[in-house]
Design a protein. Structure first.
Length: 284
């Protein structure tokens, strides 16, 4: 077991005071057999009422209702998480799903239906062309080899570029530009896996960096494999998701897994800038 501390601070600056509508914050890690929250604190400016709820994906959401106007919105989350390591190679894949193609069990069809539908169906033809190097109809291949090859192919095909603007690129935009952010690559892998019939979802969270470096917000893809359940793939770093990845939110669509979202009222040009700071360190 290892205890880490995640300090995540997001600040929005405005040229004059504005009125903030309700905001939704997603900064608390998802707990499970491999992660447990030992301590958590949230600090908000300006003063706000904070109510916690669970959304349809069982993500922990803080609903912020502000009590006054301000020229700055600041949200800081500090969480201590106990991590319990699991072996990457111990994926108890169902015998019927070891090789691809396979069919999901009938009892899982309804639960997985939404996660198998493409978010960008018009990008299907260009994805089909790109995926032919990895799999062709009639071929039989081990499922984990196919998904690992997809993970690696995205990593090798595109250049990582940081981008602060909200939203993601369409898969065809990532192909055209040959570059993207971690969330672009996560969406690309999610759509590619769905094209093959897999259930896939978007994940937002944190990743621990090398010693002496800051952590970072990050995004990756989870794919449902019978027997093994939801398993994560990180195409940005060509890794299988492990204990260095700390998930915060999962969703069929990346828009529903945003760390902070909301509205404000004021002049159209009032917004000035945004800053994000993340530290992932060993807790004392």
């Amino acid at each position: 077991m290892k205890r880490i501390r995640i300090i995540h601070k997001t600040e929005y600056f405005y040229k004059q005071p504005v009125i903030f509508g309700p905001h939704r914050a997603m900064m608390r890690p998802r707990e499970g057999h491999d992660a447990h929250i030992a301590r958590a604190r949230v600090h908000v400016e300006p003063k706000a009422e904070v109510i916690w709820l669970r959304d349809a994906n069982d993500n922990s959401i803080a609903v912020l209702t502000f009590e006054e106007s301000s020229d700055k919105l600041s949200l800081e989350s500090e969480v201590d998480v106990d991590l319990y390591y699991d072996a990457l190679n111990e994926w108890p894949i169902s015998p019927d799903a070891i090789s691809f193609p396979f069919q999901y069990p009938p009892e899982e069809h309804i639960d997985l239906m939404a996660y198998r539908l493409p978010s960008y169906p018009y990008d299907g033809p260009i994805l089909h062309k790109w995926l032919r190097d990895l799999y062709r109809p009639g071929q039989v291949i081990e499922t984990i080899d196919l998904l690992s090859s997809l993970n690696t192919h995205i990593y090798r095909s595109f250049e990582y570029e940081s981008r602060d603007a909200y939203g993601v690129q369409l898969p065809q935009e990532t192909l055209a530009r040959g570059s993207g952010t971690c969330r672009d690559f996560a969406v690309f892998m999610m759509e590619a896996a769905r094209y093959w019939g897999f259930g896939a979802r978007f994940v937002t969270g944190y990743i621990q960096m090398a010693e002496g470096q800051h952590g970072a917000t990050h995004a990756w893809t989870e794919i449902y494999i019978p027997g093994a359940g939801w398993r994560g793939f990180d195409p940005t770093n060509n890794k299988l998701v492990s204990s260095e990845h700390i998930p915060v939110g999962v969703s069929r669509e990346q828009e529903k897994a945003s760390p902070l979202s909301g509205s404000w009222e004021g002049p159209a040009d009032a917004f000035d800038r945004m800053t994000v700071s993340v530290q992932v360190v060993e807790a004392p």
